[in-house]
Design a protein. Structure first.
Length: 128
């Protein structure tokens, strides 16, 4: 999932607002697909919903800690993450996209329980 954030180049270097929005849509769609494929769709929706009120603050915090975080994480991916979460509409798009993918994908169903137990319980044994 982390690789997706570096796949478009830097969002801040987009030549126009339209190009930046196109890159953001591409990143959000790919992130939603990755979350859904990994089985983390519901978790992603929960985290996105919970972080909406503080998303702008989170983006500024990422930028503030970029020199330290850059030691362990790619600065390009951190910058793209900050750009994505600073706009509330990106979080809304992520939520809608994950929900759409979750609704479209078939849910795995558990096999029906067997009617016959594989083993007999101690009290079920017949004594001869």
């Amino acid at each position: 999932m982390w690789d997706v954030l570096g796949s478009t180049g830097p969002l801040l270097d987009a030549s126009s607002e339209r190009e930046r929005q196109e890159r953001e849509v591409f990143l959000v769609d790919n992130l939603a697909e990755e979350f859904t494929r990994a089985g983390l769709g519901r978790v992603a929706v929960f985290v996105a919903e919970a972080s909406k009120p503080l998303a702008g603050l989170g983006a500024h915090l990422i930028r503030l800690l970029d020199p330290v975080l850059g030691i362990v994480a790619d600065p390009l991916r951190l910058a793209n993450l900050a750009c994505l979460i600073e706009r509330r509409d990106n979080l809304e798009r992520l939520i809608r996209r994950v929900e759409a993918l979750e609704a479209a994908s078939p849910r795995p169903t558990a096999p029906p329980p067997s009617r016959r137990p594989d083993r007999l319980c101690a009290g079920d044994r017949k004594e001869h």
